[in-house]
Structure formats: structure tokens, C-alpha cells
Write a protein that binds this ligand. Structure first.
Ligand SMILES: [Zn+2]
Length: 221
């Protein structure tokens, strides 16, 4: 890691510190545009220690809590709020396996075709069908489930109870959970391939924490 690339000098004592707090004097720092992996000090990989992430999240939440800054000056109070909001965004994104995968791919400049604006506009202009994000049979299953849930809501309002409907919904839930687990396992196999390639490709700076690079690098921040 290039020293000081990820974080500028502490505004108060001049030491290089962590993203949120100076490592020497402990003062909260003005937010810097770093990606969420750098924000938490994790390597940019798809496999992530979510227990460590959660621990770090709660520790930072406590340190950034408004109560702590009751006596601080206005700047520090404002920075702590901004850091807090970035903390929440970073945590929400990284803890979720799918959000994390999409986020990392975007950082690497890979946009999923289904989600690209360009593909949507092209489909609109040419009348061609865009590649489907969700398989049609899954869409149908979800549609049916929504109808059953609506039915259930109506019944509840009228104080009725239909065990057959409940069973139907329970079955649908199980089926969707199974599908999710299967897909998540497939995704995890891909994570391992990606992370292995990352390790192999950057042997000399495998644990580099990148920061302060070109502006495009942080376009998703
Ligand atoms: Zn300091």
C-alpha cells in the first residue's frame, strides 16, 4: 500500500490515520471518497468475513454516535454525521452477498448488461427485447405468490381463515428459499474463482488498500 494514499493527514495533528478517525489523536476525520472496502479496511474481494464486518460496524457506530460529539465543534459534529451515513451505506452494501458482488463488479468497471441504461435505451429505440433480468418462470411464481398474499390479506380483514391458502404460501416460500440457496452457492463458487485470480494476479500487493486514485475509480461512491 502506498502510505497515505487512502487517507489524507489528520486535520488536527497531521498523522496519517484510518478513514474515520486519526490513529494518533483519535479525532474524527472529514469523509474522503474511498470505496466501501477501503472504508472498512477490507481487501477488495468477494469472500468477506461478515462477522468481522458486523463487529467493525458496531464499533464504528458507537464511536460515531451523535452523543459522543455533544461537546465537539460544529465541523467535527458534521463530519461524524457524514461518516455515520457512509458507514451505514457501506455496511448495507457489503453485508449483502448480492449487493456486494454488484458493487465490486461496478468498482472494477463491469456493469451488468441487464442493468445498464444503455441496454435499456437500445431496447427502447430498436424495439428489441432486452435480456431478461429475471427468468420468466420465476416471475410467474412471484406473481402467483403475490396474488395469494393479497387473497390472504383480504381474508384476514374479513376474519376468515383458509388453511389451504396458508399451505400454498408456505410451499411457495420453501421453493423460493431453495432456489435462493442454490443460486447463492453457485455465486459463491464464482467468488472463489474471482478471489483466487485477484490473489494470483497481484502477488506483490495482494493486501493493498487502494485509495485516492483516479476520479472514475470512485464514481460509484
Ligand atoms: Zn490526529
Amino acid at each position: 500500500m502506498m502510505p497515505g494514499e487512502a487517507t489524507p493527514r489528520c486535520w488536527s495533528c497531521g498523522t496519517m490515520g484510518a478513514v474515520q478517525f486519526c490513529s494518533a489523536c483519535g479525532k474524527v476525520q472529514p469523509p474522503v471518497p474511498v470505496d466501501y472496502f477501503v472504508f472498512f479496511g477490507f481487501p477488495r474481494k468477494l469472500n468477506l468475513d461478515t462477522a468481522a464486518l458486523e463487529k467493525e460496524f458496531y464499533a464504528l457506530s458507537r464511536r460515531l454516535h451523535p452523543d459522543v460529539f455533544g461537546q465537539a465543534d460544529d465541523r467535527e459534529r458534521a463530519w461524524s454525521l457524514e461518516q455515520s451515513s457512509m458507514l451505514n451505506d457501506a455496511y448495507r452494501t457489503l453485508k449483502d452477498p448480492i449487493k456486494r458482488t454488484e458493487y465490486l463488479l461496478r468498482l472494477e468497471g463491469i456493469e451488468l448488461e441487464e442493468q445498464s441504461k444503455q441496454a435499456t435505451e437500445k431496447a427502447r429505440a430498436t424495439g428489441e427485447l432486452k435480456k431478461q433480468v429475471v427468468p420468466p418462470d420465476l416471475l410467474e411464481e412471484v406473481f402467483e405468490l403475490n396474488m395469494h398474499l393479497e387473497e390472504l390479506r383480504v381474508q384476514k380483514k374479513m376474519g376468515e381463515d383458509d388453511p389451504a391458502l396458508l399451505e400454498e404460501i408456505g410451499k411457495a416460500k420453501l421453493s423460493l428459499e431453495e432456489k435462493y440457496d442454490t443460486l447463492l452457492n453457485e455465486l459463491k463458487a464464482e467468488w472463489n474463482k474471482w478471489d483466487k485470480a485477484v490473489d494470483g494476479g497481484t502477488e506483490d500487493n495482494g493486501d493493498e488498500v487502494t485509495g485516492g486514485g483516479s476520479s472514475t475509480r470512485w464514481s460509484t461512491y
